[in-house]
Design a protein around this ligand. Structure first.
Ligand SMILES: [Zn+2]
Length: 167
């Protein structure tokens, strides 16, 4: 993905991204910025002024997540799991999934991982895997990323949710 295209060529963000790309390719800096013609100084100046939104903060921001709810206890605004490979998706919170799958919830950490005796730290609860909605999610059309296909911002979104439902 070319992030440069998202910014006007005279913006601080463009100068920073361009400079970082040059450095990655072991090339010299070449851009001026706000009248600063020395590329090194221009790059440093741009770095001070550039603002990059954190993409994980905007993931699913405008998506209706009213259907993202535990099918057993109605818990919301917390991590939810879904059955692995099934079309009939019934979501469960950590508590309900652990009861259903006979797992010890006290072994779960804030990232939603449990220490499995044989597999080490995993974010699966028995046959349940993290439910990460796709960006076209609605309360009628609920779709989730495949377990091994969740994109980075989706992973971050899920990790940031509280692991345990509020009582
Ligand atoms: Zn629940």
């Amino acid at each position: 993905m070319n992030r440069l295209k998202k910014y006007p060529a005279d913006s601080a963000e463009f100068v920073v991204l361009h400079g970082e790309r040059q450095q990655k390719r072991n090339r010299g800096l070449s851009m001026s910025f706000l009248g600063q013609k020395n590329p090194q100084k221009a790059f440093r100046l741009a770095k001070r002024l550039a603002v990059f939104p954190k993409i994980d903060d905007i993931y699913l921001k405008d998506v209706d997540l009213s259907g993202y709810i535990c099918s057993v206890c109605d818990a919301q605004n917390c991590k939810l799991w879904r059955p692995y490979q099934t079309f009939e998706i019934s979501l469960m919170c950590a508590k309900c999934a652990c009861i259903d799958q006979k797992k010890d919830i006290s072994k779960m950490d804030v990232d939603g991982k449990i220490n499995d005796d044989t597999m080490g730290k995993i974010d699966q609860i028995g046959w349940y895997v993290p439910a990460v909605p796709t960006e076209d999610y609605t309360s009628e059309y609920r779709s989730y990323w495949g377990y091994s296909a969740v994109p980075g911002p989706g992973v971050d979104w899920w990790k940031k949710l509280p692991t345990f439902p509020k009582d």
